[in-house]
Design a protein around this ligand. Structure first.
Ligand code: ADP
Ligand code: MG
Length: 696
């Protein structure tokens, strides 16, 4: 390995390279556009494009691509060569400012949820100047936003950037009230912890369910699961260590600050965490990370599974969204400060998050909804489908004291008067004990833990940024008109605690009693994706997103349609895969086993009439035979259920898949898994859970 300073960002057209390669005035113009979002003149773009191309050529690039994030949740790219023919007939390498700034991919095959009729096939991509271009393989990747000709966002990046604008604007209004006028920019940041599984490629290739759906649809539980808890933080197996090392190097080259790596709870499960970045850049980097995990795994004879629940009965994978807001002057707005003045500001931002999470709990839930994640949320390994917040005892007591106007008695016996007293110092260990909360304060940031491992982090951060922006704008509206700042500030914090403390829960979120208690508190419990998605298109949601210019109504509805459709398609593919595997893998295995038993029975009887004991053969055969009939019936039932195709809306279709198809799949699996335990290994062609989980 090269040394770190040579390696890190070596494939990125970053600030340092820009400064080095661009004329001073061009560099200054570009920086201004980056900072202020002003228009970039074409002559500036031309110079930048040329410098980018020259740099890319020295790194071996031959192509460029506008890299974008359509609503599929993954990224898209179409590579164009720099190659062009000059008049002389010789080839030259060319890259214009126009090609850098704007592209027109034929976008008719991307989901648009009705936003773009297919006759308007062309959408266009626009360079996102705030996220650096990079080279992967031999292509220069230019991060872009993706819109329709009507200007509607067809991607995940555009609304994310808009939500960052919203929170920037509202947070600065609040900061100005505290006299913080030197702040030019407030950014929302995220550090996404990424969980994943690594399995052996040879076994993977024998599992159609993994190939088509990313998760196992069949598989009896192995004798050893995760009960010994011997995998978490365990020492890395050599193959895994080699994979992680190479992954880190590849990510570092691309400027992704991969920092932490370790084994997770389930066998074959691991985690990677980067250093946090702005929600926009972290989203780009997380997409790169997920993709790179798959690529590098392939080089090691491994397959990386990013599905939320690859194996039943064993922990699934999530993504922890560590979120904070900070200023360009280096202040973390969720960090309790040292002076009473700073703490008043902290408490106001904290109150805004509390109120936002309570008021928009349903939207946060929607942002973590997918067919894959439905297998995790609410099972006792991941936070439940109920959104609540963990603040830790100390902070909760302080808020309660403020609510009551009472004294807060910690060891220093201070009276909590906002803006007058200093807050006690929070150590990370006093705020980081609860690992069951879906939304936990961890000292200077919030950890939103409901996301699924395969998610783009764009969605959850769009909701978070916008919801908090809304409450900040509400608070700013009051305080901008106030005659008595401290009194009104105190009133806001007090009222927020009184009206929204139901969202604060410091107990065990996995306990069954919590479900009852949450219901008593009036918190929503949207158990599945289909229950959650309609919350996305309520009046309340429309008002929030349109007010802050994050989604127009039609953009919002298009996303609802896409999410619903994607749920239905996912379940349908899973069901069809089950049907196929049952017919072509499981039934033949079961027949072979029965055949062997029947032959043995016949031979025993031919040899000795009734004098050999044939209890085992007979009982086993009876058992398998009974279950085979049952399997056949359940298979037929599932096939019949899948014939239905007449729904009057996506919600009806979604409900059909949830209420009819999934239960039929569960039934079929139950019997198939029983048959697996009754069938000899040599007849069972599908790799078992034990092989999948313990072979690396
Ligand atoms: P743990 O597993 O204990 O939660 P990790 O070290 O695995 O912690 O991950 C913590 C994540 O939080 C990292 O991605 C880190 O960069 C991120 N993080 C730390 N500080 C902040 C912050 N102020 N804002 C956003 N993310 C942060
Ligand atoms: Mg971690």
């Amino acid at each position: 390995m090269k040394n770190m300073s040579e390696l890190f960002g070596s494939m990125v057209f970053n600030d340092e390279i820009m400064k080095d390669k661009l004329p001073k005035d061009i560099y200054a113009a570009l920086k201004k556009t980056m900072r202020e979002g002003t228009h970039l003149e074409l002559d500036v773009a031309n110079v930048v494009a040329n410098a980018m191309k020259d740099w890319a050529l020295t790194k071996g690039a031959t192509h460029f691509t506008h890299w974008f994030q359509p609503m599929t949740g993954i990224t898209a790219e179409k590579h164009d060569g720099f190659i062009a023919t000059a008049e002389s007939g010789k080839v030259i390498m060319e890259f214009s400012g126009k090609a850098l700034v704007r592209g027109e991919p034929d976008a008719s095959s991307f989901p648009s949820g009705g936003l773009r009729a297919t006759f308007e096939a062309r959408g266009y991509t626009v360079w996102d100047i705030t996220s650096y271009a990079f080279i992967k393989d031999t292509t220069l990747y230019i991060p872009t936003a993706f819109c329709s000709y009507g200007g509607e966002a067809l991607d995940k990046k555009t609304p994310l950037l808009r939500s960052m604008e919203a929170i920037d604007k509202q947070a600065r209004r609040v900061l100005a009230l505290f006299g913080n006028t030197e702040v030019k920019r407030v950014t929302a940041n995220v550090g996404p912890e990424q969980e994943y599984f690594l399995i052996d490629k040879d076994f993977y290739l024998k599992r159609p369910d993994l190939i088509y759906t990313g998760r196992t649809l069949f598989g009896a539980r192995p004798p050893k699961g995760q009960e010994l808890e011997d995998h978490y933080f365990g020492s890395l197996k050599p193959r895994v260590a080699a994979f992680m090392k190479e992954l880190d190097e590849e990510l570092w080259k691309l400027g992704v600050c991969s920092k932490t790596k370790h084994n997770e709870v389930a066998p074959a499960q691991h985690e990677l965490a980067p250093i946090y970045a702005t929600t926009n850049i972290a989203t780009d980097h997380n997409q790169i990370t997920m993709e790179m995990m798959k690529t590098v795994a392939g080089r090691h004879g491994l397959v990386c599974l990013l599905h939320e629940k690859p194996f039943a009965g064993i922990n699934g994978s999530g993504k922890h969204n560590n979120w904070s807001i900070s200023t360009d002057t280096g202040l973390n707005l969720l960090e309790p400060g040292k002076t009473p003045h700073d703490n008043a500001q902290f408490l106001l931002f904290l109150a805004a998050v509390i109120k936002a999470v309570d008021k928009y709990q349903d939207l946060l839930r929607v942002s973590a909804a997918s067919a894959g994640n439905d297998h995790r949320l609410g099972a006792n390994e991941a936070p439940p489908a109920i959104v609540s917040m963990f603040l830790g005892e100390e902070l909760t007591e302080i808020l309660e004291a403020i609510e009551k106007g009472a004294e807060y008695h910690n060891c220093e016996r201070v009276k909590m008067e906002i803006g007058v007293t200093a807050l006690p110092h929070f150590r990370k260990d006093t705020t980081d004990r609860n690992r069951t909360s879906p939304f936990a304060f961890t000292g200077n940031k919030f950890e939103f833990r409901m996301l699924g491992s395969a998610f783009s982090v764009a969605g959850p951060n769009i909701v978070l940024n916008t919801a908090v922006a809304e409450i900040l704008s509400e608070f700013a509206g009051i305080l901008e008109k106030t005659a008595d700042f401290t009194a009104d500030l105190t009133a806001i914090v007090k009222d927020t605690v009184s009206n929204h403390k139901r969202i604060i829960f410091n107990g065990n979120n996995y306990a069954p009693e919590w479900v009852t208690e949450a219901e008593g508190r009036g918190l929503s419990n949207l158990k599945t994706t289909i229950d959650a998605l309609p919350e996305f298109i309520t009046k309340k949601s429309e008002e929030l997103f349109t007010k802050h210019g994050v989604f127009s109504c039609s953009e919002l509805h298009s996303r609802y349609e896409i999410l619903m459709e994607s749920y239905c398609k996912t379940v349908r593919i899973e069901a069809l895969t089950m049907v196929d595997m049952t017919k072509r893998e499981i039934i033949p295995s079961v027949i072979a086993q029965q055949n062997e038993l029947a032959e043995l029975l016949e031979r025993k009887q031919a040899l000795s009439g009734d004098s050999f004991d044939i209890t085992l053969e007979q009982e086993l055969l009876t058992n398998i035979s009974k279950r085979s009939t049952c399997l056949w019936k359940k298979l037929t039932a599932l096939e019949n259920i899948l014939i239905e195709s007449d729904y009057d809306c996506v919600l009806a279709e979604g409900n059909y898949y949830k209420n009819k198809v999934i239960p039929a799949m569960t039934e079929l699996r139950l019997t198939a898994d029983e048959l697996e335990t009754l069938t000899a290994k040599k007849h069972w062609n599908l790799p078992t859970y034990a092989e999948l989980l313990y072979s690396v």
